[in-house]
Design a protein around this ligand. Structure first.
Ligand SMILES: Cc1cc2nc3c(=O)[nH]c(=O)nc-3n(C[C@H](O)[C@H](O)[C@H](O)COP(=O)(O)OP(=O)(O)OC[C@H]3O[C@@H](n4cnc5c(N)ncnc54)[C@H](O)[C@@H]3O)c2cc1C
Length: 449
């Protein structure tokens, strides 16, 4: 166990005590930095007795579906267990891209070139959909297509990234450039990487402001969005369903499950197919403009080739660094996790050693057994789930597509349709195997050449 702990680089004496305290601001906030500009909305709408479509979950998936359905004249009720947008949608890194967690070359081997290319092209279409939606709806959420730099954490990873990028250029039309190590300072003020890749069409936004914009538009279109309304059961009845909530029952013709990393016992079929994983982010105290300009010269979204990936970016006002990753797979305290992320961050940017953490928070993503998102219909219930940590774009898109399917619109079709939604024997939704996988990832990352 000691060896495993050393490998994880996770030793914190006294549960974190002095080491932790020194890198954390005394006024540290243990909630998302994003909530300062967009506090969680309070409205607790009354529940009607019946509707056309009930949506479980008030994140990007649920609200995107609600907006499309309400604009089409459907009576929509969004049911949210906690505060509106309490899940990953108001907690994430705000990075917007159209890639998937399974590499294109692997997907080609699994599904064939034509299907893999269609899926990857759909990712790019989803990115354009998000950009178009934000522009059309005039959602003020600092969306900017600043591009994304992916640093290679080992020389061999640079070569692999270059091969993958060539395939993506040829078969998907991705706009990307490789940046050799000798030139990487124009992308990132760090020597921690062995070169990397720029995806020019990617971007970033302020996720809580984006969520707020979607919420306001869905409500303005007529959707009822109800906080503190946990769904406890979904039962078929007649031509529709009866939904039991913590605030009474609701009769509906259609249901959409949009609970992603927070999927619970009310929907055991989906729970068995999703692996919830906790992801953490810190924000630094404000930095001097010249430091920010040196560390993040193009204000791009930044990530790397680790299996246990780091993701980082400037705050929309360009004054802080937001740095995310998975410093632990257990139920770690946000202070301890924040201090570990600070250590990861100074591995990339040693000059930030004395900069303190002002915010530390976490949220749950949903991984799937085939590392792709899933949308479809099961026992009459529609769903869009399993974004594998990249859902700002895809959740918005598949929420919309799922709404189109409910409406019977031919545009609902997506190359992601028609695939089995895999699970694993004996898995019921408690991911007991995650620590072992995490350890394997960390070891593989360290051994990468
Ligand atoms: C720390 C972190 C960083 C991330 N960074 C990025 C990033 O930079 N870029 C990116 O693309 N993606 C990122 N993601 C992933 C992205 O945030 C998610 O994929 C996306 O927000 C999923 O949206 P959703 O609406 O499907 O689910 P969520 O926003 O998680 O919403 C699900 C909602 O369902 C509710 N719910 C669950 N069960 C019930 C029930 N029984 N009754 C009623 N309500 C229920 C939950 O309370 C929750 O509010 C990140 C995620 C995390 C946690």
């Amino acid at each position: 166990m000691a060896a495993a702990s050393a490998m994880l680089g996770a030793t914190f004496p006294n549960g974190g005590g002095p080491m932790v305290a020194s890198v954390l601001s005394p006024e540290i906030k243990l909630e998302p930095y994003w909530w300062e500009a967009a506090p969680r909305p309070a409205p607790r709408a009354e529940l009607p007795a019946a509707c056309d479509v009930a949506i479980v979950g008030s994140g990007f998936t649920g609200l995107s579906a609600a907006l499309t359905l309400a604009r089409a004249g459907r009576r929509v009720v969004v049911l949210e267990a906690g505060a509106l947008g309490h899940g990953a949608s108001s907690r994430n890194g705000g990075m917007c891209g159209g890639m998937f967690k399974v590499a294109f070359s692997r997907l080609c081997a699994r599904l064939g070139l034509a299907r893999a290319a269609a899926i990857y092209k759909e990712g790019q279409a989803a990115l354009d959909h998000l950009a178009g939606l934000i522009e059309r709806e005039r959602i003020d959420c600092h969306f900017a297509r600043v591009g994304r730099f992916t640093g290679a954490h080992a020389p061999g990873r640079y070569e692999a990234l270059a091969r993958e990028t060539e395939l993506l250029r040829k078969h998907v039309g991705i706009e990307a450039d490789m940046v050799p190590r000798g030139e990487q300072h124009r992308e990132i003020g760090s020597d921690a990487y062995h070169g990397g890749r720029v995806l020019h069409r990617d971007g970033g936004l302020h996720p809580a402001l984006y969520h707020q914009g979607l919420l306001e538009r869905a409500v303005a279109a007529g959707a009822v969005v109800a906080a503190d309304a946990p769904v406890t059961a979904i039962a078929p009845e007649g031509k529709g369903f009866t939904i039991a909530t913590g605030r009474g029952k609701l009769a509906t013709r259609d249901v959409i499950v949009a609970t992603n990393g927070y999927t619970g016992l009310a929907t055991p079929y989906f729970r068995r197919r999703l692996i919830p994983a906790r992801s953490f982010i810190i924000a630094t105290e404000p930095l001097a403009p010249e430091v920010m300009a040196r560390l993040m010269p193009k204000r791009r979204m930044l990530t790397d080739t680790r299996k246990n990936v780091y993701y980082f970016r400037p705050s929309p006002d360009g004054r802080r660094i937001l740095f995310g990753g998975r410093p632990t797979y257990g139920g770690a305290d946000l202070r301890v996790a924040g201090a570990r992320l600070h250590r990861f961050m100074t591995g990339i940017y040693p000059e930030l050693a004395d900069v303190r953490v002002s915010h530390s928070w976490s949220g749950y993503i949903a991984l799937t057994f085939d590392r792709l998102p899933h949308t479809g219909r099961q026992d009459g219930v529609h769903y869009a789930l399993g974004y594998c940590g990249s859902g700002v774009v895809m959740a918005t898109y598949l929420g919309h597509k799922t709404a189109l399917r409910v409406l019977g619109d031919a545009d609902a079709a997506t190359p992601l349709d028609g695939r089995a939604f895999p699970t694993m024997a004996l898995y019921t939704g408690t991911p007991w195997f995650v620590p072992a996988v995490a350890l394997y990832y960390r070891i593989a990352d360290r051994l990468a050449r």
